[in-house]
Write a protein of this length. Structure first.
Length: 297
């Protein structure tokens, strides 16, 4: 039931709208968070849009580990999808994005040319989870200046076609999640990056899991920012206390104010104060072999 609370009615409505609109578009462009590409890939959207050409934008790539992003690009391309990395806050990416869409849809455009439908615009449905940067991306590509009503995850916005130029129309859709995460890691990744509302999980648990993940993946980042030795095989709680103490977040009796420390740490991660970090790596062939072996046991 806790899970259902964060799947509000407007998300169900959006899924229905997508089911209806999918027939009217030429392709689907799903915006992913470059730091967590698979966790931010919405399986409900994949289901609804199956059968249409797919493009993936690894957005917020300025916050992600460049080497890991390169691996993700190869991963999606090897699966036959178009994929680009993007920093939507940076200007001048409109041409690259348009180029990608046109390349991906070249066969379709060829067919249209042959049928004399030269003027018909390509229609692209732009989808993604809340807060992934969909508005920023569309504004950038369409060179549109527009204020959004609010930037809290799950802000409702109506259906909207945005014309990039005579040849390209984008359908903006509200950000949606899906009702149930298959594994805990997915839910955590979405909480770390701010895609699910903070109220879903208590701040301390969130920060502990984040610290454990960072300690395993990027021990140097932890050491550089909080002088916590890289070899501290820390449990999340110990790391949280150590960071809080370093910051002087103490309450009476010299105890660490762990809640304050937790909020600060998650905030720092979201603001990229720890450097460019990727929380998820593409599945490797070796990992697959491990899974296969486990299956056999
Ligand atoms: P949404 O429509 O998918 O809900 O997302 P939106 O564009 O509102 O973007 C959510 C937040 O992510 C915004 O930050 C936005 O600036 C930021 N963002 C979007 N794309 C990128 C990107 O490629 N790189 C980085 N670093 N940030 C990106 P905010 O803090 O909510 O607002 P503000 O800082 O823009 O005021």
């Amino acid at each position: 039931s806790r899970q259902i609370q964060w799947f509000p009615g407007h998300m169900t409505k959006t899924l229905r709208l997508m089911e209806k609109e999918i027939r009217n578009v030429d392709c689907v462009l799903q915006i992913l968070d470059a730091r967590i590409p698979l966790s931010s890939l919405n399986p409900e959207i994949e289901r609804i849009t199956a059968g249409k050409p797919h493009l993936y934008v690894l957005n917020k790539s300025d916050l992600a580990d460049p080497e890991i992003t390169r691996q993700w690009l190869a991963y999606f391309k090897s699966a036959g999808a178009g994929c680009i990395a993007m920093d939507s806050k940076q200007r001048g990416r409109a041409t690259a994005t348009k180029g990608l869409i046109e390349k991906e849809l070249s066969a379709l455009m060829e067919r249209r040319r042959n049928r004399g439908m030269v003027g018909a615009a390509i229609r692209v449905m732009v989808v993604g989870i809340p807060n992934v940067g969909k508005s920023t991306f569309i504004n950038q590509v369409a060179k549109r200046k527009s204020a959004k009503a609010g930037n809290r995850p799950g802000v409702t916005r109506g259906r909207q076609w945005v014309s990039v130029d005579a040849g390209l129309d984008l359908l903006d859709t509200p950000g949606i999640l899906w009702p149930k995460f298959e594994d805990e890691a997915t839910g955590l990744h979405l909480a770390f990056t701010g895609a699910v509302k903070d109220e879903v999980m208590d701040a301390e648990t969130l920060a502990c899991r984040l610290l454990e993940l960072l300690a395993a993946r990027y021990p140097n980042a932890l050491e550089q920012r909080y002088q916590i030795p890289a070899d501290l095989s820390g449990q999340g709680w110990e790391l949280l206390e150590a960071c809080g103490r370093k910051r002087g977040f103490l309450i009476s009796g010299g105890e660490v104010d762990t809640e304050r420390a937790a909020k600060m740490l998650v905030g720092e991660f979201r603001a990229s104060k720890w450097g460019r970090l990727s929380l998820e790596r593409p599945p490797q062939r070796d990992d697959m072999a491990d899974f296969a072996e486990e299956d056999e046991e």
